[in-house]
Design a protein around this ligand. Structure first.
Ligand SMILES: CC(=O)N[C@H]1[C@@H](OP(=O)(O)OP(=O)(O)OC[C@H]2O[C@@H](n3ccc(=O)[nH]c3=O)[C@H](O)[C@@H]2O)O[C@H](CO)[C@@H](O)[C@@H]1O
Ligand SMILES: C=C(OP(=O)(O)O)C(=O)O
Length: 442
């Protein structure tokens, strides 16, 4: 149940205009925090956003004896892992279901303590989200895993040894699992079919600063030579390309103009190409990117989500709202998660015309074809959106509802708004700063 303070009234129909700032990436910062566990000295992480996933990982690290304090500059954390061995982890159950990051504690805890307990995971409900690859790779390193009622218990009776692994799919989390385990494992690890998202490259930069030896080939192969000891790091997190794209989509759907300070072109190239094809305009400068609707009709497009360097799946939901305003039929093929289009039914209640299909409607057949998953969509536009009562289903779906409510005529009641804090820093301040007319329900 959500309380009244978890409901936002959005009075739509006003273009978003102005400037906001994005800080470090939600999909890097918590992992860099976990990496600090591997070091023998304190680490400094800069550009850390104040989002729930960071708070959850901070709590977990503190529970494991890592001292976490603010550094000298705003958004800087200093993480000192000196007392991990003597920590008391009795309260770990309180962290069950809070995020997906706890699974990445496996390797670092096995190295430091020889055992690890991982509570049930959280994260967005956008598909089955199994963790079989994670446990398969940990077994390859020598971990023994026991399923318990409230989580997973791991031990490494003979230590962790480097190995040769091929992922069945370039999973982001599993690649990070391998990196965080292999850097201190004995010998060499070769990971093929690895994910190569920018956040993974940034995690590799963090680990290299700590003393790790990691190389990346052009064919999704990552080689790690284990070392005996790692130090601390001093690192500025790469910007959140997912949040930046969300505000870009909001600018387009509301016919506005938003300067996203901190947004970086390099990690957003695929998004920027798609944005331009839809008819959105953008201008890159040294500090950020301005995104705007240049007037006139938007274009329907064919869009297929994919692993990097393809179109990131977390960009999909916000952009779909803008596609409801494009002229003609857009096709969206979601190939990363089997159930990431359910949010469109609420958009249809607002007046959108979005039809879901089980077939692979994109150019490439994917893992979900012929398997009964509604993972393709045809968006027919442009459609006028009307305000509605909306219940936030997941992080990006939730932000999409905010965009739809901002673009719609009339007032929407958006329930479950606090879920957005998981990945969007200070969005309740950013919205009015961009001219959005929003009220916390009373
Ligand atoms: C905290 C974080 O960084 N989250 C991101 C991360 O999630 P996450 O790391 O969970 O996503 P993965 O890349 O692992 O998942 C991709 C696909 O692989 C499947 N899979 C994954 C692991 C496994 O053990 N077995 C399995 O079958 C998943 O069900 C999914 O279909 O990458 C996703 C894909 O870019 C993003 O949408 C998420 O925002
Ligand atoms: C799916 C997402 O995140 P998580 O993996 O944390 O659920 C997301 O950021 O859109």
């Amino acid at each position: 149940m959500t309380g009244t303070d978890d409901v936002l009234l959005v009075h739509g129909g006003t273009p978003l205009e102005g400037e906001i700032r994005v800080r470090g990436a939600k999909n890097l910062v918590p992992k860099a925090m976990v990496a600090a566990l591997l070091g023998s000295e304190p680490s400094r992480l800069r550009n850390v956003p104040d989002i729930r996933d960071v708070r959850v990982v901070r709590g977990l690290l503190e529970l494991h004896g890592v001292t976490v304090r603010s550094g000298e500059e705003p958004g800087e954390l200093v993480l000192d892992p000196s007392h991990v061995e003597s920590a008391n982890v009795a309260d770990i159950d309180a962290h069950a279901g809070s995020s997906r990051i706890p699974i990445l504690f496996c390797g670092p805890l096995l190295h430091r303590l020889g055992h690890a307990f991982i509570p049930g995971l959280g994260g967005c409900d956008i598909g089955g989200r199994p963790v079989n690859f994670h446990f398969d790779v940990l077994r390859e390193f020598g971990a023994v895993i026991e399923k318990r009622e409230d989580g997973q218990y791991l031990e490494a009776p003979r230590g962790l040894r480097g190995c040769k692994i091929r992922l069945p799919y370039p999973s982001v989390g599993s690649t990070e699992q391998v990196l965080l385990t292999a850097v201190l494992a004995e010998g060499v690890t070769e990971l093929s079919n690895a994910a190569v998202e920018p956040e993974i490259e940034d995690l590799i930069c963090v680990l290299q600063k700590m003393g790790a030896i990691i190389s990346m080939d052009t064919d999704r192969t990552i080689r790690i030579t284990g070392v005996e000891k790692l130090g601390g790091y001093n690192h500025r997190a790469l910007p959140d390309r997912l949040e930046a794209a969300s505000w870009a989509s909001a600018a387009l759907a509301t016919e506005g103009s938003v300067y996203v300070r901190g947004a970086s072109q390099r990690e957003m190239m695929t998004f920027l190409n798609t944005y331009r094809k839809v008819g959105g305009a953008f201008e890159v400068d040294d500090e950020g990117i301005r995104f705007w609707h240049p007037g006139g009709a938007l274009n329907a497009i064919a869009l297929e989500t994919d692993v990097h360097p393809g179109f990131q799946t977390d960009w999909q939901q916000p952009l779909v709202v803008a596609l409801t305003q494009a002229s003609g039929l857009s096709i969206v093929h979601e190939t990363v998660y089997e159930s990431r289009l359910g949010f469109t039914s609420a958009l249809n209640q607002m007046g959108a015309h979005i039809q879901l299909y089980r077939e692979c409607l994109g150019g490439t057949p994917c893992r979900f074809g012929q398997r009964n998953f509604l993972h393709s969509a045809v968006v027919s536009g442009p459609t006028k959106l009307q305000g509605a009562d909306l219940v936030i289903p997941d992080l990006r779906g939730g932000f999409s509802y905010l965009i739809a409510a901002l673009a719609a005529q009339g007032t929407s009641r958006v329930h479950g708004i606090s879920l957005i804090n998981r990945g969007y820093e200070n969005f309740m301040e950013k919205l009015p700063a961009l001219g959005a007319r929003v009220d916390v329900s009373s």
